[in-house]
Design a binder for this molecule. Structure first.
Ligand code: SF4
Ligand code: SF4
Length: 233
């Protein structure tokens, strides 16, 4: 039979008559206090918003872009190989002069993460050599449809930020993929903007990218000390 630990503690004095009589009512005091306290139950997701998780929370993944809009994913599949749950599927495609989506030879043509398998361990982001894959704090991933839980590249790709130029377009002139990895490319260049103007004149990200490229050119020509586009930072 399991022995009562309290009785085995020699330093503990037994309760007196009064203490033994009041002890059960002290316990009920906690119940009574809680009974009249304001409920803390969250009616999420029907009312209000669940508090934001901590910044390092492992939520939905994101495929990142470089500041000029090219994709960071090079389709190397290292994330898929590192995944212990076999949740990632990657199929690479070859970049061509007419369709360059990422620096270098290849890009992630097909990219899927199956969130019915993912255990949010983060091993995939550790394996990624270009920091293309990171995890956001977004956690609202529930669905009643199995197919909805397989996120595709267009759902995972980071949105185009102000001043970026949507891919495909050539790499910054005179740059190599190493310059991108080193963070030397900070915005679209005039040549990239001009290429998209000729090949996709209706591209919605053109006006913002053009404004950034023009401002950058002016800053570079007006100040000899400013680094030229593509120079290492
Ligand atoms: S977080 Fe873990 S389980 Fe989920 S895709 Fe990445 S490696 Fe796989
Ligand atoms: S996300 Fe990273 S590891 Fe995965 S295929 Fe793309 S570059 Fe490779």
């Amino acid at each position: 039979m399991r022995e009562n630990k309290q009785n085995l503690d020699p330093s503990r004095k037994p309760k007196g008559f009064l203490g033994a009589g009041v002890a059960p009512w002290a316990g009920f005091g906690v119940t009574l206090r809680t009974f009249f306290a304001k409920p803390v139950t969250e009616q999420y997701p029907f009312k209000g918003k669940y508090p934001d998780p901590y910044p390092r929370y492992h939520g939905r993944h994101q495929l990142n872009r470089y500041p000029d809009g090219l994709e960071k994913c090079i389709g190397c599949e290292l994330c898929a190989w590192a995944c212990p749950a076999d949740a990632i599927f990657v199929e690479a495609g070859a970049n061509t002069p007419d369709e360059q989506y990422s620096p270098g030879e290849r890009y992630g043509r097909v990219y899927q993460i199956n969130y019915l398998r993912c255990i949010f361990c983060g091993l995939c982001i550790e394996a990624c050599p270009t920091r293309a894959l990171t995890m956001t704090t977004f956690y609202e991933l529930a669905s009643t449809q199995r197919a909805d839980m397989i996120y595709t590249k267009d759902e995972l790709l980071a949105p185009i930020e102000e001043g970026m130029l949507a891919a495909p377009h050539p790499m910054a002139e005179g740059s190599a993929d190493d310059d991108y990895y080193a963070g030397a490319i900070t915005a679209p260049t005039a040549a990239q903007v001009s290429w998209v103007e000729q090949n996709r004149p209706g591209e919605p990200t053109l006006p913002g990218a053009r404004a950034v490229a023009v401002a950058d050119e002016l800053a570079t020509s007006g100040s000899p000390a400013a680094p030229a586009k593509g120079d290492a930072a």
